[in-house]
Design a protein around this ligand. Sequence first.
Ligand code: NAP
Length: 257
Amino acid sequence: MDIVKESAKVAIVTGASSGMGMEVARRFAKEGYRLALGARSVDNIEKLALSMENRDQVMTSALDLASLPSIEAFAQAAQERFGRVDVLINCAGVALGREPADQGNLEEWRTMVETDYFGPMALVRAILPGMKERGNGHIINIGALAALFPHPGSAAYASAKEGIRMFLKCLREDTLGAGIRVTNIDPGITDTGFALTRFRGNSEAVGKLMEGFTPLTSKDMAECVWFAASAPAHVNIDQMTVTPTDQSSPTRLHKRP
Ligand SMILES: NC(=O)c1ccc[n+]([C@@H]2O[C@H](COP(=O)([O-])OP(=O)(O)OC[C@H]3O[C@@H](n4cnc5c(N)ncnc54)[C@H](OP(=O)(O)O)[C@@H]3O)[C@@H](O)[C@H]2O)c1
């Protein structure tokens, strides 16, 4: 086995089956990282891995952030395969529905809390001891602009993303002095499958949202993740908020004719 490849850094990318996670995986592969890719749509991550030049250095494995056994099995498989994890990039996430809180669907709320909040915390819990032991590591989380502003129809999603944001802030305190970096990146509207999932497959509603408006792309976000990861080891980017130029808050968009 190639010695250079063996010493290459290792990144976990969750949500690598689509959108931002897929572009982040491509970006880190381009930089020579060995990768552990996780998502429920295993076919998609396998296809992605096969398209990469360093495919023999890419692990793909089913990961369901709503299932603790799945999270623990994924974390163990990644650590066994590579012996270490240098960067944990949590891209997976979901928003479902836009109803006001009195009409919210409790099962959907549970899904959002598990996927956007508890699951990422559990994955950090599984990976962190190894990072601490080695005295370095980087945890990067994709949050949401939604977490920064109270706005209607987003109580469960925004609070789950706000929850993980505070978890990461506390993590920074718990790991201070251990050589571990913690970054949360909150994007605004990004052109992925996210909105279609949120609008439960209503492509007309998604079209209306994007009309007269240039959203961020997955590539834009992958560059932001890489910017944080590639900063020198003594530089920790705590928080990045990234929005389309024509978006100032979750509810305030400037539409052009
Ligand atoms: N796009 C936006 O406008 C926007 C704005 C703000 C924040 N965000 C955040 O950005 C992140 C990336 O989303 P995206 O825009 O790239 O959307 P996307 O294309 O819908 O991707 C979401 C990813 O999350 C994964 N995922 C969903 N539920 C999961 C589960 N239970 N277990 C494991 N993986 C799961 C999906 O994979 P599987 O379905 O294969 O499991 C998919 O890879 C999310 O955290 C989202 O909350 C997006």
